[in-house]
Design a protein around this ligand. Sequence first.
Ligand code: ASP
Length: 363
Amino acid sequence: MNTIHRRHFIAAGSLTALAGITGSAAATTYRKGPGDDHRGPVCVASGNGVRAVAKAWDLMHEGRDTAEAVVAGVRIVEEDPNDMSVGFGGLPNERGVVQLDASVMHGPTHKAGAVACLENIKTPASVALEVLRRTDHVMLVGLGAKEFAIALGFPEENLLTEQARQAWLRWKASHGPDDDWLNPEQMDWQFDDQGHGTHTALSMADKDPIPFTTGTIHCSALNAKGEISACTTTSGLSYKIPGRVGDSPIIGAGMYVDNAIGSAGATGRGESVIQSCGSFLAVQYMDQGMTPNEACRAVLKRIADRTKQKRLLNAKGEPNFQVTMYAMRKDGAYGSATMRPGGTFAVCDDEGPRQLPSEPLFD
Ligand code: ASP
């Protein structure tokens, strides 16, 4: 059962109006939250996007288009080798190849651009913006996306950092005691950082945990002219089956903009977001009267209600996976909600860039 945080209150007025939209959803599902009362220009991102919102905000104030601002913002994270969920340094697929997904949407023209399974190009959101700008298409995938990027002068680079490669090797060795790759604790010949061998087997305590992502960056921006753009970029689920495309490059799933309403984005288990058209749904919920926080929570509730597979549910019948939604309304109200505790989001307005907690749907 959710507890009602002091700063939240049930938006009783809007609940009556929403009854027809939401069906059986319990009233406590929909609560206003911090950001719902904000008005005016704002940039909103996933929790790893504090630098992105600061950059997007600055560029917007220099008069740059909102689409350019959000793409430049997320580019900081795409190029950061230490963020293992996005761009350069992202964790690879099961074959050790980094495949990136990204999408951009520009509210004033209602145009979208996306790339999926893009290899060897560090900055997929910038390529998605070029698909939007230079072509009559919305999405390019795989080799076609890479050739398009190279034709435009994007450098072809190895995206697998040493840190990500080591994580992938540990993952390969972790499938079971009978696979042919030895786990660190099974090896009796170790090499130190200088490449010197020793015969000391690692203890279980020395074993580095294998990093898995969920992780992605979403960023939306609203300027003083009421123009909205959004983008989402990711290396997707770690160790995924080659060719797997998540929600991030899918227009309406990983992000969506309707300049007459607002924007939304998603991070987390992409398959679940795709199956509920999460970002499109959040924007539609705002059009029907929900605040951004209410809309985010309502999308998560919809995803939870539609999750039927036992392996995705905990003992209480709640989704055992994480999805975080972010939403921004055309007047500058904003919000975020997360399926399970721990999600955060980033905001920048006149008060500067900061990270805030996303309120969980389930405790
Ligand atoms: N949504 C991304 C995907 O499914 C991953 C994530 O955000 O964790 O590819």
